[in-house]
Design a protein around this ligand. Structure first.
Ligand code: PLP
Length: 358
């Protein structure tokens, strides 16, 4: 039985109940090995088979071919802020970055340590309430980096920029929540703890061609090519986190794949946005409508109402609704594993709140 709380956390976040159940079993006996998943060797046939199967499942889900590699790395998405420019940029190279929020900003700060970075679009002056698409990218840059979903600011790219240079995306908070043409991307990364499982592993999907003509003599543990050469098991990887990711990916496949995830995500987010739009005096979403995120819904309320709202949510065990620590407001995170029923319970509570206070 799962605890009786509705988990709207932005990450680590809600997991499918089935994944928690299979993980419990694997803690006792992983794939009939007679050992716990916590005990097995990372170079055993059983674990290698798990890694191989998961790589294939990820590729099938993304509809990408042998020209892509799938890695399970550590250090979170934050480490990728460093590892991407470290691997892709020679000292004479430059890259273009879009800044639509705090995570994009952090990616730029790290990348600037390694090479020349041009910020081609920055929505800071609009308080990151929209996504701008009318920017120009010099094709001499090695790649363009975007954050596909801005977890804190509640915006999302619904149409990715068309570029002549490789596209790199931080998909930490919307990976596998929708159908995309993943072949348009050259590198995709996502910390697992939102839509892919438990914290501790980062999914990194790389088109092999982007690794050509890159710096040599990198520190091996940070070198994508070394991880690929070692079949994604260069050193001891986060075995349990990879197991949970593997089960979560299977759960997505067994529940209709990305089309189904997209429909469900849209239905859940639309239910909440409808209430926000119907009661604009109470719930104010600052984000431009066409750029709204379907995974992280943010809004502000008149001060006193907001305090009451959050206190009542706490009493009802609706968890994780307080906005990002430096931003305030309310944030409702709705990932794949969040049941529609839970969203409806929250929605009914919002309607009831309006009735009682307004
Ligand atoms: C879009 C995005 N990028 C990066 C990060 C940082 O991820 P991590 O904590 O895995 O380093 C987060 C965390 O919430 C995020 O939402």
């Amino acid at each position: 039985m799962k605890q009786h709380a509705l988990n709207f956390n932005s990450g680590p976040a809600v997991l499918p109940l089935e994944v928690i159940e299979t993980s419990k079993q694997a803690l006792q006996n992983f794939n009939d090995t007679g050992l716990s998943i916590l005990e097995i060797g990372h170079r055993t046939e059983a674990f290698k088979a798990l890694v191989f199967e998961t790589q294939n499942n990820v590729k099938n889900l993304m509809n990408i071919g042998a020209d892509y590699e799938v890695l399970f790395l550590t250090g979170g998405a934050t480490q990728q802020f460093m590892q991407i420019p470290y691997n892709l940029l020679n000292k004479s190279d430059s890259a273009a970055y879009v800044v639509n929020g705090i995570w994009g900003e952090k990616a730029v700060q790290e990348a600037q340590i390694w090479s020349q970075i041009q910020v081609v679009s920055n929505t800071t002056n609009e308080n990151h309430t929209k996504i701008e698409t009318d920017f120009v990218v010099d094709k001499n840059h090695k790649y363009l980096h975007v954050t596909s979903n801005n977890t804190v600011e509640g915006t999302q790219w619904h149409q990715f920029p068309k570029t002549e240079i490789p596209l790199v995306a931080d998909m930490s908070s919307d990976i596998f929540s929708r159908q995309l043409d993943f072949t348009k991307f050259d590198l995709i990364y996502a910390g697992a703890q939102k839509n892919l499982g438990a914290a501790g592993v980062t999914l990194v999907v790389i088109k092999k061609s982007i690794l050509e003509n890159n710096p040599e003599n990198l520190s091996p543990i940070l070198d994508y090519r070394q991880h690929i050469k070692a079949g994604a098991i260069l050193n001891t990887p986060p075995v349990f986190a990879i197991y949970v990711l593997s089960e979560t990916v299977k759960w997505i496949i067994n529940n209709g794949g990305l089309n189904s995830m997209e429909q469900n995500t849209f239905e859940k987010a639309s239910a909440i946005y409808k209430i926000i739009d119907d009661y604009k005096d109470v719930f104010h979403c600052p984000v431009r409508k066409e750029d709204r995120s379907f995974n992280n819904i943010i809004f502000n309320m008149p001060k006193e109402l907001e305090t009451n709202f959050l206190n009542e949510c706490k009493a009802h065990k609706f968890i994780g609704l307080k906005g990002y620590r430096t931003k305030g407001g309310v944030r409702i995170s709705i990932y794949n594993a969040m049941p529609l029923e839970d969203v409806k319970i929250l929605g009914n509570f919002m309607l009831d709140f309006v009735k009682r206070y307004v």
